[in-house]
Design a protein around this ligand. Structure first.
Ligand SMILES: C[C@@](CO)(OP(=O)(O)O)[C@H](O)COP(=O)(O)OP(=O)(O)OC[C@H]1O[C@@H](n2ccc(N)nc2=O)[C@H](O)[C@@H]1O
Ligand SMILES: Nc1ncnc2c1ncn2[C@@H]1O[C@H](COP(=O)(O)OP(=O)(O)O)[C@@H](O)[C@H]1O
Length: 309
């Protein structure tokens, strides 16, 4: 029986897609992507400790509705823990406490953040020293967005989104994050994309976003803003027409680009300063939008924040 170690807490960030270009579905059903991820300062904190069986709990950090997060083996954090134990041939289990600051099913990769955080936390708790390439491979099996949640910062994503390469990002970006009360299903949004675009080229025909990557490299934040684009915005709005009204409302209170976050339904307004983002947030709250966050990026990927004891 392995000794019981002190609990470990890992913090993992939400992500946004600065560019999200989608190709025709592959034979395995996944869509080839050409995307640039940025990690932003909305976080989940995941605390793990040894236990006789797998357990998970979720507590909101601030104004986040966690009621739809599964509290059984379907939780991505539990799946991550089980995958890590299996990878090392361990018959161990853990109790996982998730403090959730990332809106659920919002296109912000909150489940992926929890999976990445759990991998890092249990690796530390169990003193495993799993090599980075093995952690990234485990992450990719758990979900297309999970490797980026490990990495953080800003990264170019290809394949189904799981192949990530860090890219230089010299600027500070500010994001007004407007969640929706009801989540959107990622597979449903991809299916709607296929319905609307039956003739889309294969992924290899989707060119790299060279203009955006150049603007990131030199820290030209307005030029990054001008290059923001998301191929899933049209299908998400097609499935959820009332999002167009919300989008128009955000645009009417923001002097800058507004776009959908990933598969949605969260909306993002991009700003060049904290002041500009805060002004938009206050205007939206006054206009009756119930929950509006301000976040900055890029920030670090999943990292240990507390070792108890
Ligand atoms: C759309 C994106 C953009 O970053 O994120 P979200 O906005 O959901 O956070 C991602 O592609 C979501 O990644 P993730 O949520 O990890 O997806 P996965 O668990 O791997 O796959 C869930 C389902 O989404 C669809 N899927 C996902 C990725 C991909 N490249 N093609 C797909 O068609 C498939 O139907 C798949 O069964
Ligand atoms: N730890 C978790 N946190 C959030 N959602 C989770 C988690 N584990 C499983 N899920 C499921 O994943 C779905 C997608 O959630 P999330 O990752 O927050 O959004 P998105 O895929 O839009 O970025 C949720 O509806 C929920 O059922």
């Amino acid at each position: 029986m392995a000794p019981t170690a002190a609990p470990v807490t890992v913090r993992a960030p939400a992500k946004v897609n600065l560019v999200l270009r989608v190709g025709r579905p592959r034979h395995d059903g996944f869509h080839p992507l050409n995307t640039v991820y940025q990690a932003i300062s909305l976080y989940d904190d995941v605390r793990v400790e040894d236990a006789g069986r797998w357990q998970v709990s979720v507590t909101p950090l601030g104004d986040v509705d966690c009621s739809t997060v599964p509290l059984d083996q379907r939780n991505l954090a539990v799946r991550a823990g089980q995958a890590l134990a299996a990878h090392h041939g361990l018959r161990r289990a853990a109790s996982i406490e998730i403090g959730k600051g990332i809106p659920v099913a919002g296109g912000l990769a909150g489940g992926s953040a929890d999976a990445a955080a759990t991998l890092v936390a249990l690796d530390r708790l169990w003193d495993l020293h799993t090599p980075d390439d093995e952690l990234l491979a485990l992450a990719a099996e758990l979900g297309s967005d999970v490797p980026f949640s490990l990495l953080g910062g800003t990264a170019h994503g290809t394949g189904r989104g799981e192949q990530v390469v860090p890219v230089p990002d010299a600027g500070s970006h500010w994001w007004v994050v407007v969640p929706d009360a009801t989540g959107l299903s990622t597979p449903a949004v991809y299916r709607e994309f296929d319905r609307l675009h039956p003739d889309v080229p294969l992924g290899s025909h989707v060119a790299d976003p060279v203009g955006l990557l150049a603007a990131l490299r030199v820290g030209d934040v307005p030029r990054v803003g001008a290059a923001l684009t998301n191929d899933l915005e049209e299908p998400a709005l097609s499935l959820r027409p009332e999002l167009a009204e919300r989008c128009a409302l955000v645009r009417s209170h923001h002097d800058g680009p507004v776009l959908l976050s990933g598969s949605g339904p969260t909306l993002l307004a991009h700003a060049c300063s904290h002041e500009a983002a805060t002004a938009t947030r206050l205007a939206l709250l006054e206009a009756g939008v119930p929950v509006v966050h301000v976040a900055t990026g890029p920030v670090a990927g999943a990292h240990v924040v507390e070792l108890a004891g």
